[in-house]
Design a protein around this ligand. Structure first.
Ligand code: SIN
Length: 503
């Protein structure tokens, strides 16, 4: 019998585990916190799929390609969209109760950059939590073994083949053997000082895949969300709130987003995020304000119960006063390169969800396509991991080498916070060659230090070096990657100095 280990327990991981188990495999899910403590659980925005008779697959495909600036892989996009309706049916079968309209059909939301209403929600803004609960219950009721509070330390590779993982749990390191390992550890929002992601989003799977020699791509494409609460622990304030009529104002109460785009608050996510960052810079980095008072207390509580509770927990009343918000790292479009069945360039290793770079998102993810990606490619990878008998060649875009720069001699001492600040400042919403080179040199200095770092911090450092290298290599702005020095393209694209030791 095949043994499959799935690392991570969000929508992609649990879907992969259930599909592998349904093929007759012995499956173990390994997760570093509790089973339900995932990025998926926090997803407010819903799940996009073609479920209405008047909607079409071609329309959803076109919207996905437009958002991704046509840097998407068209086959991956077609797979995502055409298998979406079946995965929605599967989620319903597994117990997810999507919100319904008065006639009993799905209530379908129209979101920015979607040509048709096709976004399904559960519990208003609690879609991720509803999916997490249903899939968690399905896994608990199945033969899948769950090992919680178990951190991926590294992949075990023998003769070029992944044969298991080393994990840390209860202060000890253990080895788990498997015929196939599926990485579903989510994204890496913790690379940045501001993020909508939970503290667990440290990119463990991508870092482990890099150490195992797997190809990665598109790491320069980090999506920044315009509005995370800037009071207490960071918390996403869905763009659906702006869709319902909330506006953004600066300290002087001026509505500033129309300076950047004729659609104002409803401009593309990256445009609004940069407008917020600019307004903050102009007022000494104090957060801008999201004014949702026009919606009133009853509507805010009914439409956005999760956000409403989070806002009120912080002692704020958003029905009466604007709330402080900041842009924040939200989603990593790049990751471990896979084919359409989650296979990576290393035999025995699969990647799914935000960990993977399937090619569906291109340079920018369409809103509400991330849960869908987890469901569609989680299912495909789980089945492939259970049944693969040979390893086809997995095509990969050209690798971006780490720059060879002199490590900075004035680097501050390493800490998670120092890394997050460095990335926020130099590899965040607005990038230029000088800042990226500085970040690269500081990261190189940290990399030469002896390693009393945790596994998570080691992974973040490695991933940061690759994100910065990718951002340095892409000298033109596109999608979520914005280079302020684009006009100085000649300087920016000059070869990175090779005078020093390799990082
Ligand atoms: C949001 O609700 O603003 C985020 C949704 C998403 O990232 O797809």
């Amino acid at each position: 019998m095949t043994d499959v280990i799935v690392v991570g327990s969000g929508i992609a991981g649990l879907t992969a585990a259930l599909h592998a188990a349904e093929k007759g495999c012995r499956v173990t899910v390994v997760t570093k916190s509790a089973l339900a403590d995932t990025n998926t659980r926090w997803a407010q925005g819903g799940i996009a799929a073609v479920t209405a008779p008047e909607d079409t697959l071609d329309s959803h495909i076109a919207d996905t390609l437009t958002a991704g600036m046509d840097l998407n892989d068209p086959d991956a996009v077609r797979t995502l969209v055409s298998e979406g309706p079946d995965r929605i049916a599967e989620l319903v079968r597994r117990g997810v109760v999507f919100d319904r309209a008065a006639d009993g059909d799905f209530a379908r939301g129209l979101e920015a950059a979607h040509a048709r209403p096709r976004v399904l929600h559960a519990g208003g803004d609690a879609t991720g939590a509803a999916i997490q609960a249903a899939l968690g219950a399905a896994v608990r009721a199945s033969a899948v073994e769950v090992q919680e509070h178990t951190l991926l330390r590294d992949l075990v590779v023998e003769n070029g083949h992944v044969v298991g993982i080393d994990v840390e749990s209860g202060g000890a390191v253990r080895r788990l053997h498997a015929d196939a390992v599926v990485l579903a550890t989510g994204g890496a929002g913790q690379l940045y000082a501001h993020t909508t992601n939970p503290v667990s989003a440290t990119g463990d799977g991508i870092a482990a895949a890099l150490r195992a020699g797997a190809a990665v791509a598109d790491l320069e494409f980090v999506q920044f969300h315009p509005t995370a609460l800037a009071a207490g622990e960071p918390f996403l304030v869905s763009e659906a709130v702006r869709g319902d009529g909330a506006i953004l104002v600066d300290d002087a109460g001026r509505r500033f987003t129309f300076d950047s785009h004729p659609d104002g608050e409803l401009a593309p996510r990256d445009v609004v995020a940069r407008a917020n960052a600019r307004a903050m810079a102009a007022q000494g980095d104090r957060p801008v304000r999201l004014d949702a008072t026009v919606l009133g207390a009853e509507r805010l509580a009914r439409r956005f119960p999760t956000i409403d509770a989070a806002v009120r927990e912080r002692g704020l009343d958003w029905s009466r006063e604007p709330i402080p918000v900041t842009p924040a790292a939200h989603y990593l479009m790049g990751g471990v390169v896979t084919d359409l069945d989650g296979r990576t360039t290393v035999p025995g290793l699969y990647a799914v969800g935000e960990t993977a770079r399937t090619g569906v998102h291109g340079a920018n993810r369409l809103a509400s396509n991330s849960l869908l990606e987890g469901a569609v490619f989680g299912a495909r990878a789980g089945e492939a991991a259970a049944t693969d008998t040979a390893w086809p060649k997995v095509d990969s875009p050209a690798a971006v080498p780490l720059p060879r720069l002199t490590p900075a001699t004035d680097a501050p001492a390493f800490s998670r916070e120092a890394l997050q600040d460095l990335m926020w400042q130099h590899a965040g919403l607005v990038r230029d060659a000088a800042g990226l080179r500085r970040a690269s040199a500081v990261l190189a200095a940290w990399n030469t230090e002896p390693r009393p770092r945790s596994t998570e911090d080691d992974g973040l450092l490695l991933l940061a070096r690759h994100v910065v290298a990718a951002a340095l290599a892409r000298t033109a702005s596109i999608g979520a990657h914005f280079r302020s020095d684009e006009d100085a393209a000649a300087a920016a694209s000059a070869p990175v100095p090779q005078e020093a030791l390799a990082c």
